[in-house]
Design a binder for this molecule. Sequence first.
Ligand code: FAD
Length: 420
Amino acid sequence: MNPLSRTRASGASHSAPRTASSDYEVIVVGGGPGGSATATLLAEAGHRVLLLDKASFPRHKACSEYVNPDGARLLRELGVGDEVLDAGAHRMEAMLVHAPGGKRFLADFAGSEPGRAALGLSRYKLDHLLLQRAVAAGVEVRQRAHVRDVLRDRGWVVGVEATVGSVRQTIRARLVVGADGHHSAVTRCLGLDATMRWPRRTGLVAHYRRVTGLDDRGEMHVARHGYAGLAPLEDGLTDVALVADAAAVAARDGTLEHFFEEGLARIPEVETKLSGAERVGGIRGIGPMAHRARRVAGDGFLLVGDAASFLDPFTGEGIYEALRGARLAAPVASAALRAGDTSARALAPYRVARRRAFTAKRQVCWIVQLFVHSPILMDYVTDRLDRRTDLGRTLAGVLGDFRPAQQALSPAFLARLLRP
Ligand SMILES: Cc1cc2nc3c(=O)[nH]c(=O)nc-3n(C[C@H](O)[C@H](O)[C@H](O)COP(=O)(O)OP(=O)(O)OC[C@H]3O[C@@H](n4cnc5c(N)ncnc54)[C@H](O)[C@@H]3O)c2cc1C
């Protein structure tokens, strides 16, 4: 019998192709928060996991490096709470949001729920810690391993083609987890990339020393030409981000450096905070940032983190979603592997769990995007949130992912937010 012929298994819609035996039970592509957390949880559930990342760790990543309050809880749950604090993570009990017309609103996490705080830690340190956690859990990690293609057999994902060092390798597994971020090769090779027409923004970030006026909080400054974010990190560093229209970044006259510094200088309060500061290292950027995959699970594969979807950094849940996505994916993947059925049908509960976990918050994020893109509206709601403290605390909890997002979507909440 042809070893590649497909067989039917009772209980499954169709069974995996009978190929040469798999080298691993799971290949995780990408060692960012989503990949490392998924790999850790699957290895701890007893599975043989290989993680491939094209980078060599520690490595930098374009990010504002703010872990939201429930993301901080997930890091503790994953067992790296102490390591993150030992690495110097900066505790932020609140975010101060500045609207273009000068109104301000404090998203007070600790005020919303005592003890809640976000963390600022460079991705250079955070991602390395998470990768080490995966190794400690028994994950086999290969760095400088660039996945070029997804291996398929009659529609099923059965492994990957990767360049490890300069050698092209075929590695097989019963399940491939695409956790390779914004420009995911797994999503692209499976033809699942869906273009998002709006928002189309580019994010630029850099580290600074001697930024003044930030203690136990981060800051967001919305302006007409974009927005800036400031997040205090370890060792006296501050992450400074400028998010601007992708077309404006592409059509700039001068250098990226000039565009970045001039964009920040056009926001007076940011300029003041940066006046005695010094930039450390280069500027990193990604744009346009918004994208999503048309499906997050299929025969032999799952997508987590940015490979599945990302909207915009303003609401600060990317790392949280990557960690939470791992929590949702691992039990479904583990059950599927144990049952010997990694079909789309067996993995479908992951899609359902994601919808339950993320849809309402995503709707809140879309509403916030509308505010951020409309200076008049942003001034208006910022003023209301500042004056109506209970609304502000609800929104802080929703943005921090420790209150149900439905609270900020209720007609009562929206009516009080928009009422003069
Ligand atoms: C400008 C900007 C600011 C942001 N600010 C914040 C913030 O403050 N807080 C927040 O929570 N989120 C923020 N985000 C979003 C956050 O960075 C992501 O949501 C998060 O990194 C997703 O994690 P991940 O594990 O899915 O992917 P990533 O962290 O992107 O990790 C993907 C990994 O895959 C590897 N990889 C990629 N392609 C391949 C390949 N072909 N083969 C092998 N390996 C590969 C990469 O080297 C990388 O290590 C920001 C994003 C941007 C662009």
